[in-house]
Design a protein around this ligand. Sequence first.
Ligand code: CAA
Length: 248
Amino acid sequence: MQRRVALVTGGVGGIGTAVCKRLAADGHFVVANAIPGTEERWREAMAAAGLNGDRTALAFGDVTDFEAMGEMVAAIARDHGPVEILVNCAGITRDVTFRKMTLEQWRSVLATNLDSVFNVTRHVIEAMIERGWGRIVNISSVNAVRGQFGQTNYAAAKAGILGFTKSLAQEVVKKGVTVNAISPGYVQTDMVMAIREDVRRQIVEQIPAGRLAMPEEVADAVAFLASEKAAYITGTNLAVNGGLHMYA
Ligand code: CAA
Protein backbone atom coordinates (compact mmCIF):
# COMPACT_ATOMS: atom_id res chain seq x y z
CA MET A 1 0.00 0.00 0.00
CA GLN A 2 1.25 3.47 -0.85
CA ARG A 3 2.18 5.61 2.14
CA ARG A 4 0.09 8.78 2.23
CA VAL A 5 0.05 11.82 4.49
CA ALA A 6 -3.24 11.88 6.40
CA LEU A 7 -4.68 14.70 8.48
CA VAL A 8 -7.36 13.92 11.06
CA THR A 9 -9.11 16.94 12.58
CA GLY A 10 -10.30 16.33 16.10
CA GLY A 11 -7.65 13.64 15.91
CA VAL A 12 -7.27 13.19 19.66
CA GLY A 13 -10.97 12.55 20.33
CA GLY A 14 -12.66 9.18 20.70
CA ILE A 15 -13.24 8.43 17.01
CA GLY A 16 -10.25 10.55 15.92
CA THR A 17 -7.76 8.54 17.97
CA ALA A 18 -9.07 5.25 16.56
CA VAL A 19 -8.82 6.68 13.02
CA CYS A 20 -5.21 7.77 13.64
CA LYS A 21 -4.29 4.32 14.91
CA ARG A 22 -5.93 2.57 12.00
CA LEU A 23 -4.49 4.78 9.23
CA ALA A 24 -1.01 4.59 10.79
CA ALA A 25 -1.34 0.80 11.06
CA ASP A 26 -2.19 0.81 7.34
CA GLY A 27 1.20 2.43 6.71
CA HIS A 28 0.21 6.06 6.33
CA PHE A 29 1.85 9.00 8.09
CA VAL A 30 -0.89 10.45 10.27
CA VAL A 31 -1.14 13.98 11.64
CA ALA A 32 -3.68 14.49 14.43
CA ASN A 33 -5.03 18.00 14.75
CA ALA A 34 -5.88 19.08 18.29
CA ILE A 35 -6.38 22.01 20.61
CA PRO A 36 -3.29 22.32 22.88
CA GLY A 37 -3.73 20.56 26.22
CA THR A 38 -6.05 17.81 24.93
CA GLU A 39 -3.44 15.44 23.53
CA GLU A 40 -2.24 13.42 26.54
CA ARG A 41 -4.49 10.40 26.04
CA TRP A 42 -3.70 10.39 22.33
CA ARG A 43 0.04 10.27 23.07
CA GLU A 44 -0.51 7.34 25.42
CA ALA A 45 -2.67 5.53 22.86
CA MET A 46 -0.07 5.98 20.10
CA ALA A 47 2.76 4.86 22.38
CA ALA A 48 0.76 1.80 23.47
CA ALA A 49 0.16 0.91 19.81
CA GLY A 50 3.86 1.37 18.97
CA LEU A 51 3.02 4.24 16.62
CA ASN A 52 5.86 6.57 17.45
CA GLY A 53 7.01 9.87 15.94
CA ASP A 54 7.96 8.55 12.51
CA ARG A 55 4.39 7.25 11.99
CA THR A 56 2.32 9.99 13.65
CA ALA A 57 2.51 13.66 14.62
CA LEU A 58 0.38 16.31 16.27
CA ALA A 59 -0.65 19.62 14.67
CA PHE A 60 -2.22 22.14 16.99
CA GLY A 61 -4.85 24.60 15.85
CA ASP A 62 -8.46 25.63 16.21
CA VAL A 63 -10.60 24.28 13.36
CA THR A 64 -12.96 27.25 13.66
CA ASP A 65 -10.13 29.59 12.60
CA PHE A 66 -9.73 29.64 8.79
CA GLU A 67 -6.35 31.41 8.79
CA ALA A 68 -4.94 29.15 11.50
CA MET A 69 -5.97 26.10 9.47
CA GLY A 70 -4.18 27.52 6.43
CA GLU A 71 -1.01 27.91 8.46
CA MET A 72 -1.37 24.42 9.92
CA VAL A 73 -1.86 22.77 6.53
CA ALA A 74 1.14 24.68 5.12
CA ALA A 75 3.31 23.57 8.04
CA ILE A 76 2.27 19.93 7.54
CA ALA A 77 3.15 20.18 3.82
CA ARG A 78 6.54 21.64 4.69
CA ASP A 79 7.39 19.13 7.42
CA HIS A 80 5.79 15.93 6.11
CA GLY A 81 4.39 16.49 2.61
CA PRO A 82 1.02 17.58 1.23
CA VAL A 83 -2.12 16.19 2.84
CA GLU A 84 -3.51 13.39 0.66
CA ILE A 85 -6.10 11.99 3.06
CA LEU A 86 -8.25 14.37 5.09
CA VAL A 87 -10.62 13.09 7.77
CA ASN A 88 -12.86 15.88 9.05
CA CYS A 89 -13.65 14.50 12.48
CA ALA A 90 -13.69 17.56 14.77
CA GLY A 91 -16.99 17.83 16.56
CA ILE A 92 -18.64 18.94 19.77
CA THR A 93 -22.10 18.76 21.32
CA ARG A 94 -24.02 21.40 23.25
CA ASP A 95 -27.19 19.36 23.73
CA VAL A 96 -30.16 21.36 24.95
CA THR A 97 -33.78 21.71 23.88
CA PHE A 98 -34.26 24.43 21.29
CA ARG A 99 -36.30 26.70 23.55
CA LYS A 100 -33.35 26.90 25.96
CA MET A 101 -30.63 27.10 23.31
CA THR A 102 -28.45 30.21 23.34
CA LEU A 103 -26.91 31.83 20.29
CA GLU A 104 -23.51 30.81 21.65
CA GLN A 105 -24.58 27.13 21.82
CA TRP A 106 -25.84 27.32 18.24
CA ARG A 107 -22.79 29.12 16.89
CA SER A 108 -20.14 27.05 18.64
CA VAL A 109 -21.58 23.78 17.31
CA LEU A 110 -22.01 25.12 13.76
CA ALA A 111 -18.49 26.58 13.83
CA THR A 112 -16.74 23.49 15.15
CA ASN A 113 -18.77 20.85 13.31
CA LEU A 114 -19.53 22.52 9.96
CA ASP A 115 -17.40 25.64 9.36
CA SER A 116 -14.40 23.48 10.24
CA VAL A 117 -15.06 21.30 7.20
CA PHE A 118 -14.76 24.36 4.96
CA ASN A 119 -11.82 25.80 6.92
CA VAL A 120 -9.64 22.73 6.50
CA THR A 121 -10.83 21.28 3.20
CA ARG A 122 -10.38 24.64 1.46
CA HIS A 123 -6.67 24.53 2.27
CA VAL A 124 -6.00 20.94 1.16
CA ILE A 125 -8.09 20.66 -2.00
CA GLU A 126 -5.77 22.43 -4.47
CA ALA A 127 -2.79 20.19 -3.71
CA MET A 128 -4.98 17.08 -4.02
CA ILE A 129 -6.23 18.23 -7.43
CA GLU A 130 -2.71 19.10 -8.60
CA ARG A 131 -1.47 15.65 -7.64
CA GLY A 132 -4.53 13.94 -9.09
CA TRP A 133 -5.24 11.97 -5.94
CA GLY A 134 -7.09 12.72 -2.72
CA ARG A 135 -9.46 11.25 -0.18
CA ILE A 136 -11.76 13.35 1.98
CA VAL A 137 -13.85 11.58 4.61
CA ASN A 138 -16.29 13.70 6.60
CA ILE A 139 -17.68 12.38 9.87
CA SER A 140 -21.40 13.18 9.98
CA SER A 141 -23.89 11.44 12.30
CA VAL A 142 -27.00 9.28 12.28
CA ASN A 143 -28.70 12.31 13.79
CA ALA A 144 -28.07 14.37 10.63
CA VAL A 145 -30.90 12.52 8.93
CA ARG A 146 -32.84 11.20 11.89
CA GLY A 147 -32.84 14.35 14.03
CA GLN A 148 -32.53 14.10 17.79
CA PHE A 149 -34.35 15.68 20.70
CA GLY A 150 -31.93 18.24 22.16
CA GLN A 151 -29.71 18.48 19.06
CA THR A 152 -31.11 21.10 16.66
CA ASN A 153 -27.63 22.64 16.44
CA TYR A 154 -25.72 19.36 16.07
CA ALA A 155 -28.18 17.77 13.62
CA ALA A 156 -28.17 20.93 11.46
CA ALA A 157 -24.37 20.96 11.31
CA LYS A 158 -24.11 17.25 10.58
CA ALA A 159 -26.78 17.49 7.87
CA GLY A 160 -24.82 20.39 6.38
CA ILE A 161 -21.83 18.08 6.09
CA LEU A 162 -23.88 15.71 3.92
CA GLY A 163 -24.80 18.48 1.45
CA PHE A 164 -21.20 19.66 1.37
CA THR A 165 -20.00 16.12 0.71
CA LYS A 166 -22.31 15.46 -2.22
CA SER A 167 -21.56 18.83 -3.84
CA LEU A 168 -17.78 18.78 -3.55
CA ALA A 169 -17.76 15.13 -4.65
CA GLN A 170 -19.25 16.14 -7.99
CA GLU A 171 -16.73 18.96 -8.45
CA VAL A 172 -13.53 16.99 -7.90
CA VAL A 173 -14.11 13.36 -8.86
CA LYS A 174 -12.60 13.87 -12.32
CA LYS A 175 -9.42 15.08 -10.62
CA GLY A 176 -8.94 11.82 -8.71
CA VAL A 177 -10.33 13.16 -5.44
CA THR A 178 -13.20 11.41 -3.66
CA VAL A 179 -15.36 13.01 -0.98
CA ASN A 180 -17.50 10.80 1.25
CA ALA A 181 -19.29 10.93 4.57
CA ILE A 182 -19.61 8.40 7.34
CA SER A 183 -22.58 8.63 9.67
CA PRO A 184 -21.79 6.86 12.91
CA GLY A 185 -24.54 5.97 15.30
CA TYR A 186 -23.83 6.07 19.03
CA VAL A 187 -20.17 5.26 19.61
CA GLN A 188 -18.45 4.46 22.89
CA THR A 189 -16.71 7.80 23.37
CA ASP A 190 -16.66 10.53 26.03
CA MET A 191 -19.22 12.44 23.93
CA VAL A 192 -21.79 9.67 24.21
CA MET A 193 -20.89 8.75 27.78
CA ALA A 194 -21.68 12.39 28.70
CA ILE A 195 -25.38 11.80 27.89
CA ARG A 196 -27.40 11.40 31.07
CA GLU A 197 -27.37 7.73 32.00
CA ASP A 198 -31.14 7.15 31.83
CA VAL A 199 -31.36 8.94 28.46
CA ARG A 200 -28.45 6.91 27.11
CA ARG A 201 -30.02 3.65 28.26
CA GLN A 202 -33.21 4.50 26.37
CA ILE A 203 -31.18 5.25 23.24
CA VAL A 204 -29.25 1.96 23.42
CA GLU A 205 -32.55 0.09 23.78
CA GLN A 206 -33.55 1.44 20.35
CA ILE A 207 -30.39 0.20 18.59
CA PRO A 208 -31.07 -3.13 16.85
CA ALA A 209 -27.46 -4.21 17.54
CA GLY A 210 -28.20 -3.72 21.26
CA ARG A 211 -24.92 -1.96 21.98
CA LEU A 212 -22.85 1.13 21.25
CA ALA A 213 -20.33 1.04 18.40
CA MET A 214 -16.64 0.77 19.18
CA PRO A 215 -14.55 3.66 17.77
CA GLU A 216 -12.52 1.08 15.82
CA GLU A 217 -15.63 0.08 13.89
CA VAL A 218 -15.91 3.64 12.57
CA ALA A 219 -12.15 3.78 11.91
CA ASP A 220 -12.36 0.65 9.73
CA ALA A 221 -14.96 2.36 7.54
CA VAL A 222 -12.77 5.48 7.26
CA ALA A 223 -9.79 3.35 6.27
CA PHE A 224 -11.77 1.73 3.47
CA LEU A 225 -13.02 5.03 2.02
CA ALA A 226 -9.46 6.41 2.26
CA SER A 227 -7.98 3.44 0.41
CA GLU A 228 -7.01 2.97 -3.24
CA LYS A 229 -9.85 0.46 -3.55
CA ALA A 230 -12.54 3.09 -2.94
CA ALA A 231 -11.58 5.19 -6.00
CA TYR A 232 -15.03 4.87 -7.60
CA ILE A 233 -17.01 5.60 -4.43
CA THR A 234 -17.77 9.27 -4.00
CA GLY A 235 -20.52 11.41 -2.50
CA THR A 236 -21.79 8.52 -0.44
CA ASN A 237 -22.90 8.43 3.17
CA LEU A 238 -21.83 5.22 4.86
CA ALA A 239 -23.91 4.29 7.91
CA VAL A 240 -22.10 2.67 10.85
CA ASN A 241 -24.98 2.58 13.30
CA GLY A 242 -25.90 -0.98 14.30
CA GLY A 243 -29.20 -0.73 12.42
CA LEU A 244 -30.44 2.39 14.24
CA HIS A 245 -31.31 4.04 10.93
CA MET A 246 -31.32 2.55 7.45
CA TYR A 247 -31.00 4.98 4.58
CA ALA A 248 -32.06 3.03 1.53
N1 CAA B 1 -37.90 12.49 23.43
C1 CAA B 1 -39.06 13.06 23.82
N2 CAA B 1 -39.19 13.84 24.94
C2 CAA B 1 -38.08 14.02 25.68
C3 CAA B 1 -36.83 13.46 25.33
C4 CAA B 1 -36.79 12.67 24.17
N3 CAA B 1 -35.65 12.10 23.76
N4 CAA B 1 -35.92 13.86 26.25
C5 CAA B 1 -36.57 14.64 27.15
N5 CAA B 1 -37.88 14.73 26.80
C6 CAA B 1 -38.92 15.45 27.49
C7 CAA B 1 -38.97 15.13 28.96
O1 CAA B 1 -39.77 13.98 29.16
C8 CAA B 1 -39.57 16.39 29.55
O2 CAA B 1 -40.97 16.41 29.31
P1 CAA B 1 -41.96 17.11 30.35
O3 CAA B 1 -41.50 18.56 30.45
O4 CAA B 1 -43.31 16.94 29.74
O5 CAA B 1 -41.78 16.35 31.62
C9 CAA B 1 -38.94 17.45 28.70
O6 CAA B 1 -38.61 16.85 27.45
C10 CAA B 1 -37.67 17.92 29.38
O7 CAA B 1 -37.17 18.97 28.71
P2 CAA B 1 -35.81 19.60 29.21
O8 CAA B 1 -35.46 20.77 28.39
O9 CAA B 1 -35.85 19.80 30.72
O10 CAA B 1 -34.85 18.43 28.84
P3 CAA B 1 -33.83 17.66 29.74
O11 CAA B 1 -32.96 18.63 30.43
O12 CAA B 1 -34.51 16.60 30.53
O13 CAA B 1 -32.97 16.91 28.63
C11 CAA B 1 -31.45 16.84 26.84
C12 CAA B 1 -32.66 17.53 27.42
C13 CAA B 1 -30.22 17.10 27.71
C14 CAA B 1 -31.21 17.38 25.45
C15 CAA B 1 -31.73 15.35 26.78
O14 CAA B 1 -32.94 15.13 26.08
C16 CAA B 1 -30.64 14.56 26.08
O15 CAA B 1 -29.54 14.39 26.58
N6 CAA B 1 -30.96 13.99 24.92
C17 CAA B 1 -30.04 13.15 24.18
C18 CAA B 1 -29.32 13.95 23.19
C19 CAA B 1 -28.44 13.04 22.41
O16 CAA B 1 -28.80 11.97 21.94
N7 CAA B 1 -27.21 13.48 22.19
C20 CAA B 1 -26.28 12.72 21.46
C21 CAA B 1 -24.91 13.04 21.96
S1 CAA B 1 -23.69 12.00 21.23
C22 CAA B 1 -23.63 12.50 19.66
O17 CAA B 1 -24.13 13.52 19.30
C23 CAA B 1 -22.88 11.62 18.73
C24 CAA B 1 -23.72 11.25 17.58
O18 CAA B 1 -23.46 11.71 16.49
C25 CAA B 1 -24.82 10.29 17.75
